[in-house]
Design a protein around this ligand. Structure first.
Ligand SMILES: [Zn+2]
Length: 205
């Protein structure tokens, strides 16, 4: 059989837990398809959040991992060069969302976005206004304007009994927006600065 134990050790793409040992749910399951050999799938789950990952691999004598659904959190959610305090809010948001508490995740996402704006000395009273100012100042691209309603939803969600509850999907959209915004304002400039440093040190040699 071609499923490898080593594939159990991975980052959870749902809650972000690193290098956890996934529990096998079903392994080496053949999926028949018309006029061809079957595809082989295995399913594993995170012991922390219960989120499942589907792995497509080779059949007998082919221990190749062809596809992972969803992809590793490293690709999907990781953002580099984010200041530590802001990164903490962001990762907290991911964790509580996976724990099934979208309202708490919304609060952490709002803090993440407020933190990002404050990093650039923008402190408007309303979060959506802060993001608009970031767009006006060219810190984030204009295309973000189209998705500002996600920020508005998150920004309006308070910690009060009377506030409307957000759905998981609304918060997931806000999370995607936040990830994109952090990439825009921290990761891209950070990577460019690192590239420049590299070429500077090459000149010194
Ligand atoms: Zn997990």
């Amino acid at each position: 059989m071609s499923f490898l134990e080593a594939w159990l050790f991975r980052d959870c793409p749902h809650c972000g837990t690193r290098n956890t040992q996934m529990a096998p749910l079903a392994v080496n399951t053949p999926a028949q398809r018309a006029s061809s050999t079957p595809l082989y799938w295995s399913f594993v789950a995170c012991p922390r959040c219960g989120g499942a990952v589907a792995l497509r691999h080779g059949g007998v004598n082919d221990p190749t991992l062809y596809r992972t659904i969803p992809e590793d959190s490293r690709d999907a959610l990781q953002v580099r060069h984010v200041p530590e305090k802001i990164a903490r809010f962001y990762l907290d948001a991911v964790r509580v969302l996976e724990a099934g508490v979208p309202d708490a995740a919304a609060v952490q996402l709002r803090r993440t976005l407020e933190g990002a704006a404050a990093h650039f000395e923008i402190r408007e009273r309303v979060l959506v206004r802060s993001i608009e100012t970031m767009i006006e100042q060219g810190l984030v691209t204009r295309s973000f304007g189209a998705v500002l309603h996600h920020v508005r939803a998150v920004g309006n969600q308070g910690a009060h009994f009377t506030d409307t509850e957000l759905t998981e999907e609304e918060v997931r959209q806000a999370l995607r927006f936040t990830t994109a915004l952090l990439r825009n304002v921290f990761e891209v400039p950070g990577e460019l600065a690192a590239l420049e440093q590299d070429s500077d040190s090459e000149r010194d040699v």
